[in-house]
Design a protein around this ligand. Structure first.
Ligand code: PBG
Length: 341
């Protein structure tokens, strides 16, 4: 507590809640377009294709992504995060398409960069899930996810993405030691300017379901179940743990992470708070697909006001200490914030 709060009736906390202008004066936290990062799905087709479990979200063509990035710039959204829908014929056990310079995501990065230059940040996931036949973020052998062999592929993937022109690589795989390996590989390739945003505290969560729909990785993960690794619990964190999240963050920072992420966001407000307090580094939160889907589903049923719920769900992430939030609501919220200001 900062100081004694005073005593009723001299002190009446409702006094500063009376008017909209006064509530705005005393607001401790604000949400702005600059706080939002927009995750986008790119696919090989010309027509866009809706994601059934994420109303309002579509898989876009490369041209569609270029246009979305330009829209982001116009709306004051600082960055987009790209996720490719990879055709099954490019999925292999060794995930070699992950470091193919002609992959869908690399072509997309080049196209966006050509159009928007440095006006919009381009963030690319570093993980093998789009590229493995089994949908795991790492290589799998004899029923185990291999750590160091996976890291070897991740650093090659990171360099290829950097060379395509992305500004930020975001390892979301949760292998040990990958941040250090990626930093060393980027530096050796002369890419010291490329940032690392580490998905440092990423939980094995039930809230990623719609994202896996969007990428079509459910089928692959069914293969994984047959191979004896049905879930991602041997590399993603147990939602029971928060001290461990701080250790993950400390290690990734020591290895060279520029920014860290906590994911999912709404189920980890305490973790966001502790990370920001403990390290004071740029801290992002990812409001994941399932969080988005829940708000949209309830809103579609008329059970909640979707727009208000979206703003509230994002504002509290800022209150918890997040500097920015990845959210599928980004364009809608940025538009609303711009027109109401
Ligand atoms: C893959 C990845 C996932 C998400 C981002 N990167 C899914 C997973 O780990 O299975 C989830 C994002 C979301 O649910 O919105 N490494």
């Amino acid at each position: 507590m900062h100081h004694h709060p005073g005593r009723y009736p001299t002190t009446r906390l409702r006094r500063t809640r009376q008017h909209e202008w006064l509530r705005r004066v005393v607001a401790e936290t604000a949400l702005a377009p600059a706080d939002l990062v927009w995750p986008l799905f790119v696919h090989e087709h010309e027509a866009s294709h809706p994601v059934a479990s994420m109303p309002g979200v579509e898989r876009l063509s490369i041209d569609g992504i270029v246009k979305a990035a330009a829209d982001a710039a116009g709306l004051g959204i600082p960055a987009v995060a790209l996720f490719p829908v990879i055709d099954v014929r490019h999925k292999t056990d060794d995930a070699r398409h992950a470091f193919d310079a002609d992959s869908l995501v690399c072509r997309t990065v080049r196209a966006v960069r050509q159009e928007t230059g440095d006006a919009v940040g381009i963030i690319c996931d570093v993980a093998l899930d789009p590229y493995t036949t089994h949908g795991h973020d790492g290589l799998l052998r004899d029923g185990r996810i291999l750590n160091d062999e996976t890291v070897d592929v991740l650093r090659r993937q990171a360099v290829v993405l950097a060379e395509a022109g992305c500004h930020v690589v975001a390892p979301s795989d949760m292998m040990d030691g990958r941040v250090g390996a990626i930093r060393a590989a980027l530096d050796a390739a002369g890419r010291h300017d490329v940032c690392i945003l580490s998905y440092a505290a990423k939980y094995a969560s039930a809230f990623y379901g719609p994202f896996r729909d969007a990428l079509g990785s459910h089928a692959a993960l069914a293969t994984a179940a047959r191979l004896g690794v049905a879930d991602k619990k041997t590399y993603q964190m147990d939602p029971a743990n928060a001290d461990e999240a701080l250790r993950e963050i400390a290690l990734d920072l020591a290895e060279g992470a520029d920014m860290v992420m906590v994911k999912p966001a709404g189920t980890a407000l305490d973790v966001i708070w502790r990370v920001k307090q403990a390290f004071g580094v740029p801290t992002l939160a990812y409001q994941v697909s399932g969080e988005y889907a829940m708000i949209q589903a309830a809103a579609a049923n008329g059970w909640i006001d979707g727009g208000k719920a979206a703003v509230e769900s994002l504002l509290v992430l800022k209150r918890a200490g997040a500097d920015a939030v990845l959210t599928y609501f980004a364009p809608e919220i940025a538009r609303a914030l711009t027109t109401s200001a």
